[in-house]
Design a protein around this ligand. Sequence first.
Ligand code: SAH
Length: 340
Amino acid sequence: MKNIYGMTLEQLEDYFLAHNEKKFKATQVYEWLYKKRVTSFSEMTNIKKETLAYMKQDFSMQSIQILTQKEGIDVIKFLFVLEDHNKVEAVLMKHDYGNSLCVSTEVGCNMGCSFCESGRLKKVRHLETYEMVLQILEIEKQFHIRISHVVLMGIGEPFDNYENVIQFISIINNGKGIDIGARHITVSTCGIIPKIEAFIEDGKQVNLAISLHAPNNMLRSQLMPINKIYPIDKLIPILKKYIQRTNRRVTFEYILLEHVNDTEACALELAELLKGMNCYVNLIPYNETSHVEFKKSSKETIMRFLDILKKNKINVTIRKEFGGNVDAACGQLRSNYEEA
Ligand code: SAH
């Protein structure tokens, strides 16, 4: 049995056509699910009983449960438990422009970035599409809020779960459903090149962010093993192609780690690497975790790094810090929960 929250509108249309019904049934069902937010088939009062009967046989509406939550200033962090008892996190951030939700895409992660807590648990499985959709729905339900922005920056590597992630984007972006604008959705990847190429072909108008974290192969390979397979000199040309084809700007995420990648030399090398690209750099103050040796760069170092990029005409911002006190670094809530 499939979970109905994993179905795109087009798939539901095909489903109804195959049952000799009008395509429009799918729109009606989408309205029940995403506009009226019913939680059972019997509440779908404009759908015939016979139709509901076979829908009930084919689809589940089972949700995912919030196991714990931790609240900080403008941030709430959630631990979800899935049907098979695996756990993933989501983080709700209150910005002045709206509520943004950081969703997980996998249980654990195999990318092995040395500074990241998520990878402490190796990938157990990918998330099904519906498990991503339900992270949004459950939080909206519990807090009676509307989530306006979604970032795929929780546990997991989105492009390691490419098909489901693309399907998830189609569902939440659909105007007849949750209707989150493409420009309000950001996919963050450590740089899996073949999937970036697929993403270019796919033509989704969502934002693309690249976890760069180092300006050269030597340093980046130390921090991010994926760089040995997809090194910077291969990554940058693909991103240039992305920019050219989509006319969109790429975001580079750069965590500042004290004495590791935060030196003046690194800043200059980064500016040189990105010179002339339609991009912007998001400097991320490192969220220190209890396990890892890395330290956060000082305020002065962060400002110096920012200045060097600015002087070299690179668009750059510093990411607002959320949730230092709520274990909000990727994977932290889960790993601290397991240990407690
Ligand atoms: N796998 C994807 C998305 C998940 S990580 C990716 O690599 O982009 C989302 C972002 O959070 C990445 O840029 C990641 O490097 C960063 N991140 C991981 N641990 C962090 C920490 N402790 N403090 C700050 N940012 C962190």
